[in-house]
Each structure stands twice: as structure tokens, then as C-alpha cells.
Design a protein around this ligand. Sequence first.
Ligand code: HEC
Length: 123
Amino acid sequence: MNIVTLLGGILTVVIAMPSWAGEVSFKSDVQPILNDYCISCHQPSGKGYEKSGLDLRSYAGVMKGTRFGSIIKPGDSFTSIFIQVVEGRVHPSIKMPYGMNGGLAKDKIALMKHWVQQGAKDN
Ligand code: HEC
């Protein structure tokens, strides 16, 4: 193998790494998704907030959860309702974002999942 092939190989690996290969940040990765797809309904007077009490405008709101309880179990994306609803695993009728055809893009769901998996930190 010559040096050009070697460098090419290394470059490919670096470029192919997903952006969340390191630590996912709530502030710069997760909150922007919530801002774009969730807070229209999940803030006071929004229909998601009115129905569930869930306010997704901040880390504190996400961790507080609905009026029925928390939606995040740090380190466990499988049982976290926050992830279950975007994957449509609770029930098709409460797949989030509510009423959006097809749901969130896979890479966005992956970011949210990794954030929970990494401990749902205020980072
Ligand atoms: C168009 C409005 C709307 C949008 C956008 C929306 N939601 Fe909701 N959300 C609702 C409504 C309405 C409910 C109450 C559903 C019910 O109980 O029937 C709800 C409930 C929830 C619940 C509680 C589910 C439960 O089991 O109690 C979670 C968690 C949730 N939404 C997360 C999200 C996330 C995350 C997003 C963005 C990816 C999002 N929602 C976007 C309207 C919305």
C-alpha cells in the first residue's frame, strides 16, 4: 500500500464518521430539533402542552416531562418515552411530531437517541 492510498483511507474514515460520533450536545444538537419540530405544540397554549403538560423549550422542561411523569430515563433510550414517541413505538396515534407524515428523519432520531444513551446531560 502506498502513502496516497493510506491517506485516502484515513480521510474516508474521518469523513464517514457521523457528527455525533463524539458526545451529543443537548444545546447544539437536540434543542434545535425540538425547536424545529416540537415546540410549536409543546409550549404553553400549544396543543401538545395543553394535553400532556410537556414543555420542550428547555432542558429543564424536557427532564420534567409530562404531568404524568418523566419521559427520559438517562442511559436507556429504549424505555424512554421521549424516544418511543418519535419512533412510533407507543402507539401509531401518538407518534411525534404529531400528525407529521413519515415522522422525523432517521439521523435526527439517532441524535436524540444517542443523547439519551449518553446520559441525557445538560451539555
Ligand atoms: C402538532 C402538534 C405536536 C407536535 C409538533 C409535537 N407534539 Fe408531542 N404531543 C402532541 C399532543 C396533542 C400530545 C398528547 C397526545 C395524547 O395524549 O393523545 C403530545 C404528547 C407528547 C408526549 C407524551 C406522550 C405520552 O405518552 O404521554 C411526548 C413525549 C411528546 N409529545 C413528544 C414530542 C416530541 C419529542 C415532539 C417533536 C419531535 C413532539 N412531541 C411534537 C402534539 C404535538
